[in-house]
Design a protein around this ligand. Structure first.
Ligand code: EPZ
Length: 419
């Protein structure tokens, strides 16, 4: 496994274009299975997770060509409806292929995705919804078999929790099925809107009603299209925490600041100046950071759980005591022990983290336990005295395109040691 060595203590300064969104490109790549034609997906980030999705597409019979940040998928000849454990295990969010394979083939067989470092990641909401839509679901020994047994899948589904993955799977399973499917309490993350925009570009009829209601009118056939994936709002937030902790001045391009409505106030409460310029954002933090008392992660448009770890890293050196409540995942504090090794003062009480700001962090060897927790260690390393050596960088490579290059272009002293 590669490692990263971070020797910074310099302010991050400069401008950068934010990569394409991992959490939008994955469901869109899965959705190409429905199309039965050629789709060109632009601004697709080059990540190990997108590589895993491409392996599944090829296994299903799609022809896939990878450019620098463009993936061309020809799904005319999809012939397979089962995804082996080896491919499912490569990426936990492979479960999003369930809806698209079901939608295209009328049946799907795949291994249940295990839990991961941040939680058990159950899929009960996905499966209950598919049952309501009339799909037969069998589960045994970790395998899931689904089959369409009703021609018309018209149904009304009320999700008990606005699950992103469940919303995506319902939309993908309903897009080509006869009838009207209505989802109440659907997830409202921007990535859902990006997936629907892609599907409608291919000929789907999907619309949004009052907050959290999605209506899918099944259509018979789709056609290929060209589509540009939205930028990655969590990668953008990670750069913002790097600028904040180093007292830097960074401008981010290619973003949509509407996606940052509940996050910008957190950076402003911490003492940062944020200039909102719609498709770009400038953040300056030249006066040191102040603690933020009430961050609680919530479904969108609330504060995103994926930003919790990098923001916590930033607050380890903010003056005062910050409070973060993690409401979404049951074990998303694995980065805390590594931050404490660097000198942070953090106490965990259940889903509450109390962060007492310290004056210094100290470079040492730490290990990434998950994607965003690993990014948090990089952020802390940008401030720490001495070298921070971060192991298990493969976790970070799942969601950040060459994280060392991105921070280097803003002035950080960071390099990758290839194992
Ligand atoms: C998506 O995961 C994202 N992943 C996650 O990003 C993100 O943290 C999460 O949404 C919340 O925004 C991708 O888009 C690939 P959920 P997903 O279903 O779909 C519970 C990252 O770092 N739940 O909204 O799995 C679940 O246990 C990743 O980029 C059920 O109980 O999220 C969790 O507590 C991490 N039953 C909560 O809902 C279900 O059937 C949120 O899950 C499904 C979910």
């Amino acid at each position: 496994m590669d490692s990263l060595i971070v020797n910074s203590r310099r302010p991050l300064v400069g401008e950068t274009v934010v990569q394409g969104s991992k959490n939008s490109s994955l469901p869109i790549l899965a959705a190409t299975v429905l199309v039965g034609g050629v789709c060109q997906i632009h601004n697709c980030p080059h990540l190990t997770d997108t590589d895993a999705a491409i392996s599944i597409l090829r296994h299903l019979g799609c022809k896939v060509k990878k450019g620098i940040n463009t993936v061309t998928v020809d799904s005319s000849a999809v012939s397979c409806f089962n995804i082996p454990d080896s491919l499912m295990r490569e990426m936990r969010s492979s479960i999003v292929f369930l809806g698209s394979v079901l939608g295209r083939m009328g049946k799907a067989e795949l291994s249940a995705p295990g839990g991961c470092e941040i939680g058990l990641r159950p899929i009960d909401l996905h499966l209950n919804a598919l049952k309501i839509m009339g799909f037969r679901i069998e589960e045994d020994y970790g395998y899931i078999r689904c089959e369409k047994v009703k021609e018309n899948c018209s149904s009304v589904i009320s999700l008990s929790f606005p699950s992103v993955g469940a919303t995506e799977n319902i939309i993908l399973a309903a897009a080509l099925s006869k009838g009207r499917t209505i989802i109440h309490n659907a997830a409202r993350e921007p990535e859902i809107y990006d997936l629907v925009a892609f599907l409608n570009e291919c000929g789907c009829k999907i619309s949004f009603r009052m907050q959290g209601t999605v209506v899918i009118e099944g259509v018979r056939k789709l056609h290929g299209c060209r589509y540009t994936v939205m930028s990655d709002r969590i990668v953008a937030l990670t750069y913002m925490t790097g600028a904040a902790i180093t007292g830097g001045d960074v401008t981010l391009h290619g973003i949509n600041t509407n996606h940052f409505r509940t996050v910008i106030p957190v950076f402003e409460s911490a003492g940062c100046y944020v200039e909102d310029r719609k498709s770009q954002l400038r953040i300056r933090a030249d006066r040191g950071l102040r603690a933020v008392r009430d961050i609680r992660t919530l479904p969108y448009p609330g504060f995103p759980t994926d930003a919790q770890a990098p923001v916590m890293a930033m607050l380890t050196v903010a003056q005062g005591t910050s409070v973060i409540i993690e409401n979404i995942f049951e074990s998303r504090f694995k980065h805390v022990s590594e931050l404490v090794r660097m000198g942070a003062k953090i106490k965990i009480e259940g889903k509450v983290a109390l962060i007492d700001g310290v004056k210094e962090l100290y470079g040492t060897s730490v290990t990434a336990s998950d994607l965003r927790g690993g990014a948090a260690l990089v952020v802390a390393g940008l401030f720490a005295k001495g070298s921070t050596v971060i192991g298990n960088v493969a976790h970070i490579d799942r969601g950040y395109e060459k994280i060392e290059d991105s921070f280097k272009c803003l002035g950080a002293d960071i390099k990758r040691i290839k194992q």
